[in-house]
Design a protein around this ligand. Structure first.
Ligand code: B12
Ligand code: SF4
Length: 513
C-alpha cells in the first residue's frame, strides 16, 4: 500500500509522521510525505497515486486540513485517515464525509493494521483505535489498543520520509529528537492529563515512558552518519523527569556524542545537580515553565504544582552555570487580572530570563481548563474558533482583553528592558497600538532567535558569532519581509485573476458556485 502524509511545512520537523513511517515501512508498505505549500502538489499526488492519505491534526490547524482534504477527495480516490491530538479529542469531525476514519491516540498499530486490511481487502472497521461514521450521524468508535510499552522497540523515526519531501529539514544542522512519551503532571491547559485519563484511562506507570539512553545516542549517531547535524533540539516535555536516566545521559552524551543541545526542565523536579550535569553534557539553553506568577493561577487554575521558590531557584541555577535561560509563560488566564499578568512579567525580570516566551491562554478541547472556562461562561464558542496561532489573540472572554493582548506583545521587551514598564502601561488599553506593538513583538522575537543562533554557532566553535548578530538579524528580517511582501502581492494577483475568471461566469450569476 502507498501512503502519503500531507502536512504544512512547520517551523520544525514533525516526529509523528517519521515515527509512523518507520512502522509502515517495516510492515512492507510505502510511505512518502508532501510538505505544503508546493506548487507541484497536485501533480505529485497524481503521479504517486497514494492508496491512503494521512494527516496530523492539532487544534488550530484542523479547519485548514479539513478544507484541503475535501478538495483532494473531490479530485482523487484515496482513503483519508486523520490522527493527532485534535481528532483524538474531537471525534465529531469524522462525520465529515470526506474523512474515512480517524485514529484516536497513538497511531502505529492502527495505521499498519489498516494498511494490511486494505491490501488484503479485509474489513477495516473493527480495527482498534479507529473511529468512523458512514451516515453523517452515528460515530463508531473502536476500543483502544494498549499504549506502546517499549519505545525502543519502535526503532528510530524514519527521517527520510520528511527529509526527502522537505530539504530544508534535511539540510538544517539542527535536528529534533524525542526521548520520552507521556507526562505525570496534571496541568489543566496541557493535553497530557486528558490523553492519559480520558482517552486511555492509564496510570502514570503505563503512560510515562522513556527510551533508553543507548537507543537515543544510537539514533543521534545514525542521524549524524546520514545528514548534517550540529545541534540537537530535544522536544521532550520534561527532560529531567527521571534523575537516574539524566545521570546516565549526561555521563554518556559528551563522551559518545559531544553535540550541544537544548531541553525543557520542570522547576519542581529540578535540583542544582541536574543543571551541573546538563552543563557538563553540553546543554546551552534550558527552558522552564513559569506560566503565571500568581500562585492561585499557577497552582489552582493551571495545576502546575510548582512553588514560586522552585521557579526562582531553578532559574538561578541555570544562569549560575552559564546556560541560557528560557521561560514559558501564559497571559490572560481565566479569572485573572491585568495586574496578575504584569506580575508574571515582573517574575521574569526578577529571574533575569534571557529568552522569555509567552503565549495567550488557549483552553483546547477536552482539557480541564476548557471545562473551567465553560463553567465560568467565558469559553471559546466553537472549537473551530481557535486561532491557528496561540500567540496573537485571546480566545476566551477575559477582562481587559485588549490590555492582555498588548501586554503579550510587550512581554519579551519588558523582561529585557524593565525601564520601559511605565511607557508600556500607558499603551496597554489602546486598540490603536495593536499593530505597532505586534510589529515590535515580531521584530524583538526575531532578535531573540538571532541571539539564540549566535549561541548555537558559538557552541559549534564559531569565534566571531557575536559580531555577526546584527547582520544575521537584518538578513533574517529582510528575507522574511521580502517573502511576506511577495506572498501578499502574489495573493492579490491570484485574487484578481480569480475575480476576472468569475466575472461573467454563468455559475456565479446563477449562485451555483
Ligand atoms: C513539537 C511540538 C510542536 C512542533 C511540531 C509539531 C508537530 N506536528 O510535530 C511545533 C512547534 C511546530 C508545534 C506547533 C503547534 N503545536 Co505543538 N506540540 C509539540 C509537542 C511538544 C511534541 C509533538 C511530538 O513530536 N510528539 C511526538 C510524536 C511521536 O507524537 P505525535 O505527533 O503526537 O504523534 C502520535 C499520535 O498523536 C498519533 N498521530 C499523530 N498524527 C497522526 C496521523 C495519523 C494518520 C495517525 C494514524 C496517527 C497520528 O500517532 C503518533 C505516534 O503514536 C506536543 C506535545 C507532545 N508532548 O506531544 C505539542 C502539541 C502537539 N502542540 C499543540 C498545539 C496546540 C500546537 C499548535 C496548534 C499551537 C498553535 N495554535 O499555534 C501549533 C500548530 C502548528 C500547526 N500550525 O500545525 C498541542 C495540541 C493540542 C490539541 N488539542 O491539538 C500539543 C499536544 C501541546 C499541548 N498544548 O498540549 N508543536
Ligand atoms: S508539565 Fe508540561 S508537559 Fe507535563 S502536563 Fe504540565 S505542561 Fe504538560
Amino acid at each position: 500500500m502507498k501512503v502519503l502524509h500531507v502536512t504544512r511545512t512547520l517551523p520544525q520537523e514533525m516526529l509523528g509522521p517519521m515515527v509512523l513511517s518507520r512502522v509502515v515501512k517495516a510492515a512492507g508498505h510505502e510511505m512518502r510525505a508532501l510538505c505544503l505549500p508546493d506548487s507541484l502538489w497536485i501533480s505529485k499526488i497524481r503521479d504517486y497515486a497514494p492508496d491512503v492519505i494521512t494527516w496530523s491534526l492539532m487544534t488550530g490547524n484542523h479547519t485548514q486540513i479539513f478544507d484541503v482534504n475535501r478538495f483532494l477527495k473531490s479530485k482523487f480516490t484515496f482513503f483519508s485517515l486523520m490522527g493527532g491530538p485534535h481528532v483524538t479529542f474531537v471525534n465529531d469531525c469524522v462525520k465529515d464525509p470526506a474523512i474515512d476514519a480517524i485514529c484516536v491516540g497513538e497511531g502505529e498499530g492502527a495505521l499498519v493494521d489498516l494498511l494490511n486490511a486494505l491490501q488484503k481487502g479485509r474489513e477495516w472497521r473493527d480495527i482498534q483505535n479507529l473511529a468512523w461514521c458512514d451516515d453523517g450521524e452515528r460515530i463508531h468508535k473502536n476500543p483502544l489498543r494498549p499504549l506502546v510499552k517499549d519505545l525502543d522497540a519502535l526503532g528510530f523515526p524514519d527521517r527520510s520520509v520528511l527529509y526527502d519531501a522537505q530539504p530544508l529539514y534535511r539540510d538544517s544542522p539542527r535536528k529534533v529528537v524525542v526521548t520520552q512519551r507521556g507526562c505525570p503532571m496534571l496541568c489543566s491547559f496541557c493535553f497530557h492529563h486528558a490523553w492519559k485519563s480520558k482517552v486511555y484511562e492509564a496510570k502514570n506507570s503505563q503512560y510515562v515512558r522513556k527510551r533508553s539512553v543507548g537507543h537515543v545516542i544510537a539514533e543521534v549517531e545514525d542521524i549524524r552518519s546520514k545528514y548534517p547535524l550540529e545541534f540537537v533540539h530535544f522536544v521532550d516535555d520534561i527532560f529531567n523527569i527521571d534523575s537516574q536516566w539524566l545521570n546516565e545521559f549526561c555521563e554518556r552524551w559528551p563522551r559518545e556524542v559531544g553535540l550541544p543541545f537544548d531541553a525543557i526542565l520542570m522547576a519542581n523536579l529540578t535540583k542544582e545537580v541536574h543543571i551541573e550535569q546538563l552543563k557538563h553534557a553540553g546543554c546551552i539553553y534550558a527552558r522552564i515553565a513559569f506560566e503565571a506568577a500568581n500562585d492561585y493561577m499557577r497552582n489552582v487554575v493551571y495545576r502546575k504544582n510548582t512553588q514560586r521558590e522552585q521557579l526562582v531557584n531553578a532559574s538561578g541555577w541555570i544562569r549560575k552555570h552559564g546556560i541560557r535561560l528560557g521561560s514559558l509563560n501564559m497571559l490572560g488566564g481565566p479569572g485573572g487580572s491585568i495586574q496578575d499578568d504584569i506580575d508574571t512579567v515582573l517574575l521574569n525580570i526578577e529571574c533575569h530570563v534571557d529568552h522569555p516566551l509567552c503565549s495567550i491562554v488557549q483552553p483546547y478541547p477536552a482539557l480541564e481548563l476548557n471545562e473551567i472556562t465553560r463553567n465560568m461562561g467565558i469559553a471559546v464558542a466553537k472549537y473551530d474558533d481557535f486561532p491557528s496561532q496561540f500567540n496573537r489573540t485571546a480566545t476566551i472572554e477575559v477582562e481587559d482583553k485588549v490590555a492582555v493582548e498588548n501586554l503579550h506583545k510587550w512581554f519579551p521587551v519588558l523582561v529585557r528592558f524593565p525601564r520601559l514598564m511605565p511607557l508600556a502601561k500607558r499603551t496597554l488599553g489602546s486598540r490603536l497600538m495593536r499593530r505597532p506593538l505586534l510589529l515590535m513583538y515580531v521584530l524583538y522575537s526575531e532578535w531573540m532567535v538571532t541571539e539564540q543562533n549566535q549561541l548555537y554557532k558559538r557552541a559549534q566553535g564559531a569565534r566571531w558569532a557575536a559580531l555577526m548578530a546584527p547582520f544575521d538579524f537584518v538578513g533574517r528580517v529582510a528575507r522574511k519581509a521580502f517573502v511576506r511582501a511577495l506572498g501578499a502581492a502574489g495573493a492579490r494577483v491570484v485574487h484578481r485573476l480569480a475575480v476576472r475568471l468569475q466575472v461573467g461566469d454563468e455559475r456565479v450569476v446563477a449562485h451555483m458556485d
